[in-house]
Design a protein around this ligand. Structure first.
Ligand code: GTP
Ligand code: MG
Length: 371
């Protein structure tokens, strides 16, 4: 787990340039092993503060200043999050409309939370705490109970809110893992852009060596963001990661992101391969990898928890990225995660555009959940 050297600045949203939505790697020429770095973008876009930056020595903490907020963009992002979570929120909000504060209300709330994938432990915790508060504060109106629930849910999810800390090492090495199609490569592409906007030089490693299309997909993100992509045709993922870290050390790159092939936790040989990638990275740079992120598809439901546990047991996760919260996601799974494996959620994604990846903010998230 990363040390909380700095807390995330409040999420703000400012205009970031849109990039083409999805990456369709069909028919692209196979990329050469190394795509040369063309240089940083001339005018870095203004993006929300997604990271906290630590200047060496480690004791000095520098929090990146908040970018100016564009209210429209913020509104649109929150609207998408709200729409994405509407499956859950409709269950939670209608509950309180004109409701009497009685056992039936608590029972309905219990069902709604369980259906939202919050899991038994978090659901019980919230119910107990809410009942206590209702009694202690003598709440009589449904609206008051809703407000109390909001506060309790924010308290519950707050431990997941943490900034990604940069500048602790050069490079900061990030390994990105997850099941097939979770959104790993897209997240790397979006993050590369965000990091560049924070003056970080970035290098990508195409550690998904199984499919040529995967290398090409990353290469396209690389071209788009003008960053080097280390890639090897049908190479060993650990060797690609090793080369990337070596290359980043030589070039004094700030952040290396290592993509990996999608795999199920039940595919033990593939989980072993991931462990090997991690071990080999440490051979190139003993303190690395500094971040091991699991990308989770927000629509996965309770299975997300199984994924978190399995990947954490195998490679020791430092952070999570939850994508696709713009679909039919049920946001309650974060409550289940916080009660069993409280690994920070660095970012959440509500779409395929760059600005659709935002830092996780417990308050915003709960407001979207509660409608
Ligand atoms: N709607 C939506 N789609 C997303 C989001 N993030 C990623 N996607 C889409 O999900 C699909 C899979 O994304 P990838 O980034 O290729 O996923 P991956 O985990 O790298 O997949 P594999 O490498 O095949 O395991 C792509 O079509 C992305 O555009 C998101 O936040 N919202
Ligand atoms: Mg991929």
């Amino acid at each position: 787990m990363p040390s909380a050297l700095a807390s995330a600045p409040p999420a703000a949203t400012a205009a970031a340039p849109a990039v083409p939505h999805s990456v369709t790697p069909v028919g692209r020429p196979v990329v050469p092993p190394t795509v040369p770095q063309v240089g940083r973008p001339v005018a870095p876009p203004v993006v929300p503060p997604i990271v906290a930056k630590v200047a060496a020595p480690v004791e000095t903490v520098e929090v990146i200043e908040e970018a100016p907020t564009s209210p429209e963009q913020k509104k649109s992002w929150l609207a998408r999050l709200k729409t994405g979570l509407s499956k859950t929120s409709s269950g939670l909000t209608t509950l309180f409309v004109g409701a009497r504060i009685d056992d039936a209300l608590f029972e309905e709330l219990e069902s709604a939370l369980l259906m939202a994938d919050a899991g038994v432990v978090a659901t019980q915790h919230l119910l107990d705490a809410l009942k206590k508060r209702v009694k202690a504060e003598r709440l009589t109106e449904a609206g008051q109970v809703r407000t109390a629930l909001r506060a309790l849910m924010i308290d519950l999810l707050k431990p997941l809110q943490k900034a990604l800390v940069l500048g602790r090492h050069q490079p900061v090495v990030m390994m990105i893992a997850g099941v097939n199609g979770a959104g790993k490569t897209t997240t790397i592409g979006k993050l590369a852009k965000h990091l560049q906007a924070h003056d970080q030089s970035v290098l990508l490693a195409a550690g998904d060596t199984f499919r040529a299309a995967a290398r090409e997909q990353l290469a396209i993100w690389g071209e788009r963001n003008k960053v080097t992509v280390i890639s090897q045709e049908s190479g060993d993922p650990a060797a690609v990661a090793f080369d990337a870290v070596h290359s980043a050390l030589a070039r004094k790159i700030d952040v290396v992101m290592i993509d990996t092939a999608g795999r199920l936790p039940t595919q033990l040989h593939l989980m072993d391969e991931l462990k090997k990638v991690k071990r080999v990275i440490a051979k190139a740079m003993p303190s690395a990898p500094h971040e091991i992120l699991l990308v989770i598809d927000g629509n996965t439901g309770q299975n997300a928890l199984t994924q978190v546990k399995a990947f954490d047991d195998a490679i020791g996760l430092t952070g999570l990225v939850v994508t696709k919260l713009d679909g039919t996601a049920k946001g309650g799974v974060l409550a289940a995660i916080v009660t069993s494996r409280p690994i920070p959620v660095y970012f959440i994604g509500v779409g395929e555009k760059i600005e659709d990846l935002q830092p996780f903010n417990a308050e915003e998230f709960v407001d979207a959940l509660l409608g």
